[in-house]
Design a protein around this ligand. Sequence first.
Ligand code: DGL
Length: 269
Amino acid sequence: MQQAIAILDSGVGGLTVVKEVMRQLPQEKIIYFGDTARAPYGSRHPEEVNLFTTQIVDYLIQYSPKMLVIACNTATAVALEDIRKRVSVPVIGVISPGARAAIKTTRSGIVGIIGTVGTIRSGAYEQALKSISPGTTVYSHACPQLVPIVESGNFDGPDTMKAIEDSLTELRSKPIDCLVLGCTHYPFLSGLIGEVVGRDVSLISSADETAREISTILYHQHMLVTNNETPIHQFFCSGEPILFKQITTNWLREQIQDTPIVWQVPNFL
Ligand code: DGL
């Protein structure tokens, strides 16, 4: 049986990474876990986020994945190192890839970051950006309103636009030339976020760079799939499955049209 790439998030946000992985590596089998029953993670205590992440990893590891992707910035910020010590397969998060993508894009070296309260409070992006390019100026801002909006499937409309405008008021006055979407939920709103910040500010999602890192790791470990068999993906959510399934199939529409999916609600929580 094909070994999967296991990808997890607090909810539907990690699907923004899944989409890019499916685009770049269409032969690879994906196991996705969205902890929709306990989302959002962003305002929870770091110890709780660490515990939830560990529980999900322990669950996913039963499926013998060949690698684990923590497609949640909040969980990456607090749990990445612990999870690396816990499992024997390669584990990557989304913060280093996001920071690399920002440094590749910025011309002025003045970068904005939006994320959850937990991600922004951790300072992990600032640290990652400055470790690549110490002279970078970073302006960051937490946007706690946005994850619940995405989880409810309201990707447009006046209320969503108002929440985005309110969330970005402070950063709009800063001379940034790129804005890191430091939460994997935010690319669902990138059209509206782009309208609010304007064309002169490039939006950075970590999805593309994360998929590239997955590909590099699997290549070097000789673990990329080489046959042409269609993979059968598995999608888990811990909460109500109808909306999760709807958001997932709409978001991944082009990637999954010829690909079978198994949907499951695990009962370990
Ligand atoms: N997608 C998660 C992240 O990247 C959202 C966290 C949350 O559930 O608040 O941080």
